[in-house]
Design a protein around this ligand. Sequence first.
Ligand SMILES: Cc1ncc(COP(=O)(O)O)c(C=O)c1O
Length: 446
Amino acid sequence: MRAVPASQLEQLFATAQQYLAGGVSATTRFNPSLGYPLYISRGDGPRIYDLEGREYLDYNLSYGATFLGHNHPRVRQAIERGLDLGIICGYETEFHTLLAQLITEVIPCAERVRFVNTGSEATMVAIRLARAYTGKEKILKFEGHFHGLHEQVMFNASAPQASLTPDGYVEPYPQSAGIPSALADLTLVIPWKDIGMLEKALAEHGDELAAVIMEPINYNSGCIVADREYMQAVRELTSRHNVVLIYDEVLSGFRTCLGGAQEYYGVTPDLCTLAKAIANGLPLAVVAGKEEIMEQVAPRGKVAHSGTYTGHLFGVLAALASLEEMRQPGFYPHIHRLADTLYTGLEEIFRRHDFPAHVQGLGARFGLFFGIREEVKHYRQVTQIDTALAEKFYRECLQQGVYFQSYGPLVRGGHHGFSAAHTLEDITQTLERIDTVVKALRSNLP
Ligand SMILES: Cc1ncc(COP(=O)(O)O)c(C=O)c1O
């Protein structure tokens, strides 16, 4: 018998388990630090409210999708307009052209655009385009980079320290049961930011490689950043070997500046994928890039891409509204002011309490590394994270009204973020609450 009655949230989870596989609609919605999902009743600005009415400052923000904050008035208006237009989907409208034009104006590599629904679908289409364009089949990806759930990219996104082969490649590690082993033969994995290894891989396999795909800011492993020289060298090497360079900007898009990581580094890939922040909570994603690669899609070319919900009007209208908001003067200065305050403040708290943790952020998303005190430069450091301490921290933060996604032991790294709706006062309040959490946790550490 329980001493304490189960909360409404626990009771709902008990019911959910009778109907939903595993009790949740998506695996990561199970909250390992609680033992059940945090059931949300609504969101507004930087805050979410659970079913029992508790309020939290949100640092997940729909895995980065609600970059403007929940229930944003412009996005809301856009959806209302979509309702007025009749909830139409599966038709082309003037808004699709308008949005595509805007994307070509702000994203450096975007000469042509296609819409899809999710980031996973975007990387699937980008890889298909690269294969058709080059006539080659293999892809190269990097350890610790996540590109979605489709079979081709489900390798080494969040592997336990996978072994290196004698010649320096990372052994492909499938991230799920059910991934055909034949796909491992089509996938080369190497450590990121090792230009010598990329040179070797391209020298040995360049004639089989269709694409090099990367997260140009590796937010999925926390927030690991490359330097411009490395990114330029990757650009030169891939061009030399006729390999399509794909930046997966599903997370990095719009996070540091309008043009995403490609603008940040000043390096232009052949193709890129965008999602999340572009439509602020609506399912819209984008494949964009060089005209000669993009124009291979039917009806001009032979690459298949279509879908009933593709470029859903709600998402398109929400993206137009979001881009308008992100283009306002003062938008990015606000983001960078919040970023500086939050990251400096967190690091100061960790150091003042001699607490084994480190924060790393760029623009509006960041990583928290527990059991680590120094800069994280490589995925292999990420595998050393103290996940038990991370879960304690996330649980205590929840008690204090600060919500971080709890990733559990299976995901190394993971990412957090703030929205444009957060104010400096919200950040200050967050830091005060985290100070309380860290002080309490520190007193229980050896
Ligand atoms: C870099 C990156 N690519 C692709 C995806 C997959 O996007 P979606 O969840 O919309 O399928 C994600 C999701 O987090 C991502 O972070």
